[in-house]
Design a protein around this ligand. Structure first.
Ligand SMILES: [Zn+2]
Length: 255
């Protein structure tokens, strides 16, 4: 079957589905100008050491690691990125009442900026738009903390308890939030179609949501530029650019 045939087939599945759970990874945001991690031009493909520099243990132990993290944060591409047609197609799916949940590995909040309901977005790796105290859990808007960095506070601490502040994202070596992870698992269990979009499906436990969905009887569809370990378990695999293929899947299904 040609790729147009596969798109039409998957679009028909979307049309038949009443509970679609979507898992998104960095690939959905590359068309918004945010580099991914494991793709051919990915941050970690080009610099494998970078992923080990910011483990939670090193962040806590080493002031220099924190200073570097705060200094680099302002230049992140996500601050100026805009949602793309891929994000917007998932908003359309939600408005048609078909979306069970939108589980994302991304921390850029582009789904919410596109118009996805925050209630349906499950941010398993947290958000870069907030900072969190590692001691008391208090949260602060990231831009407030970055203003302090700009004013010369190179390692800002919690205004409430003096503890270490960190981006409210899940670092290497840091556990997922149990209640967030439970929401992701129940969305994978309670869907009839599971779309894995722009994820290399190499990071666990996120990738294991595909197993959960398949075990619960859902169809798995993988949309990713590069092969993934789950392609062999998928009912269909699409390699087209995400910002064009998601509207091509969703628009005809909602007509
Ligand atoms: Zn605190």
């Amino acid at each position: 079957m040609g790729s147009a045939g596969v798109v039409a087939l998957v679009s028909a599945w979307v049309a038949q589905s009443s509970r679609v759970t979507v898992l998104t990874g960095a690939g959905i945001s590359t068309d918004s100008g945010i580099p991914d991690f494991r793709g051919p031009k990915g941050v970690w493909t080009r610099n494998p050491a970078a992923q080990h520099r910011f483990t939670l243990d090193r962040y806590v132990a080493d002031r220099e690691v924190r200073v570097e993290a705060w200094r680099n944060r302002r230049s992140h591409a996500a601050w100026t990125a805009q949602p793309n047609a891929g994000h917007r197609a998932l908003v359309d799916l939600e408005r048609a009442g078909r979306l069970r949940a939108l589980v994302t590995q991304n921390v850029d909040e582009l789904h919410q900026r596109a118009g996805s309901s925050p209630d349906l977005v499950v941010e398993i790796h947290g958000t870069m738009r907030q900072a969190e105290c590692l001691s008391c859990g208090d949260r602060w808007p990231m831009h407030h903390v970055l203003d302090r960095v700009d004013e010369g506070d190179s390692d800002p601490s919690c205004g409430r308890c003096g503890g270490l502040l960190k981006s409210a994202t899940i670092s290497f070596g840091q556990s997922l939030r149990p209640e967030v992870w439970r929401a992701a698992v129940s969305a994978a269990r309670d869907c009839d179609l599971f779309l894995a979009v722009g994820s290399s499906l190499q990071v666990y436990p996120a990738a294991g949501l595909c197993d959960t969905a398949i075990d619960a009887g859902a169809r798995l569809v993988v949309v990713n530029a590069e092969p993934t370990p789950y392609d062999g378990f998928a009912a269909a695999v699409l390699r087209e650019p995400i910002s064009s293929v998601l509207p091509a899947l969703v628009d005809p299904a909602l007509r």
